[in-house]
Write a protein that binds this ligand. Structure first.
Ligand code: ARG
Ligand code: ZN
Length: 470
């Protein structure tokens, strides 16, 4: 029967059909190894080639008393080529077992690369499920600029922060912002502790063994550097913004001032941001206030930024909130595009001030040109040291020019095109790249197309120019 059906096809078609069913096509056979890095200009080994992740299911069991983490990561991905092996980025911790499509897989580790060799090659287009069981005492990493990231203990708990590559210290994955995925993060902790992550809390249950299980769900795509897990004796508050965005915040003991300080205005800020930038991109918002001194910086972890102690300025809260549109929803294609995160988030601070009886963005812009620290304490910083679209190295991707000169690029556009066109551009950018990725080249092309202005001079002088703009 089958034979008769085949005999009606021409010989080349038969060959093609056989090739399809056996997974090999004459000369190009089987899979080949996926690349061990995505050649990011600053972090060439971050991320991996040959597949894109759709979903991470992370099941993490953590005991603050001994710092031991037991994890299971189930990664659902789609092969973009035939794969004989593929890599995950993973740092420290011990791998206990790896399966692909339910079958035991061979694996080996070198540096921060976990290479997985499935029992059977994966076909191009195939959706496959990898499970990694692991355990150990996770450790933080030092950033190229000397700050700390990754899994950080906080006395009676822990926090995970991942910008740019710290997430590989607590789960294996495709750790580059160009591969965004949905997440379900389930945290099991001793009873009495809170456990907070991104997205919405689906359930909170007692496991009958003295532990509490928190199941967090993030359906919107998330870059892995924005994933977080925070465990400790936090005080949780929930609510809703006037327009109905869910709020879930956690405050470390001793940081109660968070409830009366600038963070108290978060609901109002979410509404303000939605007016300025377009609809808030996620189902919920909130904040996590860590014990003071845990970190040297705040981070815009998706939906729910972390602050090292109760924030003392409205601008900082607005900054991390603005990243939800710029960085988290519209994510950089590579770490070279950081100014698209930080320039926008800084400009959002200037806009908040402008809309709330503070200095105008024009006054901020002029203060930086004049080094006037009365308007902005950073005005006499090294904001002009390099062009924001071309940091000299990985240790500079979070340096001042990326923030301040990045914001000044946006203000220069506003000066060229006028307010109405500028705010349409900002909203259009957030809408048209919502939940996606974009590069600096995407932005410059978009800005010219959307505004109808030739902005070459702004790019040459402010974005790419080496000299201090006048
Ligand atoms: N993206 C964070 C913020 O602007 C700052 C991260 C700082 N990280 C670092 N390695 N310097 O809110
Ligand atoms: Zn920022």
């Amino acid at each position: 029967m089958e034979h008769r059906a085949l005999s009606r096809l021409a010989a080349p078609a038969v060959a093609a059909l056989l090739a399809l069913t056996t997974g090999c096509t004459g000369d190009t056979v089987q899979g080949r190894p996926g690349a061990s890095g995505l050649r990011d200009p600053y972090f060439p080994r971050a991320g991996n080639g040959g597949y894109q992740v759709d979903h991470y299911a992370l099941d993490l069991d953590y005991d603050p008393a001994d710092g031991q983490l037991h994890g299971t990561a189930v990664i659902t991905a789609r092969a973009e080529q035939g794969l004989s092996s593929f890599n995950l980025d993973f740092s420290g911790l011990s791998v206990e077992a790896v399966t692909v499509q339910g079958a035991a897989a061979r694996y080996n580790r070198t540096g921060n690369e976990l290479t997985v060799r499935p029992a059977e090659d994966l076909k191009k287009g195939e959706v496959f499920r990898t499970e990694v069981d692991y355990s150990g005492k996770p450790k933080p990493l030092a950033d190229p600029d000397g700050s700390k990231e990754g899994w950080i203990t906080t006395g009676d708990g822990a926090v995970a922060v991942g910008e740019p590559v710290g997430s590989m210290t607590w789960f294996p994955g495709n750790h580059h912002p160009s591969d965004k995925a949905a997440y379900d993060i389930t945290l099991t902790v001793p009873r009495g502790y809170e456990a907070v992550s991104n997205g919405e809390l689906r359930s909170r249950t007692e496991d009958g063994d003295g532990r509490t299980v928190f199941a967090w769900h993030s359906p919107e795509p998330m870059a892995s550097y924005l994933a977080t897990a925070v465990i400790g004796p936090y005080k949780v508050t929930t609510g809703r913004t006037p327009s109905g965005v869910g709020l879930y915040s956690a405050v470390a003991p001793g940081e109660a001032a968070a409830s009366t300080g600038p963070l108290a205005r978060l609901p109002e800020m979410v509404e303000w941001g939605s007016g300025r930038f377009g609809p808030y991109p996620f189902a919920s918002a909130g904040a996590i206030v860590l014990p003071a001194g845990t970190l040297g910086y705040a981070l815009e972890t998706q939906g729910r930024p972390v602050f090292p102690g109760a924030p003392t300025s409205q601008e900082l809260v607005v900054h991390e909130l603005a990243h939800q549109w710029f960085g988290n929803s519209v994510s950089p294609k590579s770490w070279k595009d950081m100014w698209l995160n930080e320039g926008f988030a800084t400009y959002a601070e200037w806009l908040w001030a402008e809309d709330h009886d503070g200095p105008t963005a024009q006054e901020h812009f002029e203060a930086f040109l004049a080094g006037d620290t009365d308007v902005d304490a950073e005005a006499d910083s090294d904001w002009d040291a390099f062009p924001p679209a071309a940091p000299p190295g990985p240790e500079e991707i979070s340096a001042q020019p990326v923030y301040y000169r990045g914001a000044m690029v946006l203000h220069r556009i506003r000066q060229e095109v006028g307010d109405a066109t500028f705010f349409a551009l900002v909203r259009g950018w957030a809408a048209d790249h919502r939940h996606g990725n974009a590069s600096t080249a995407d932005f410059t092309a978009y800005a010219e197309e959307k505004t109808g202005h030739d902005l070459k001079k702004v790019w040459d002088v402010w974005l790419y120019g080496k000299d201090r703009p006048e």
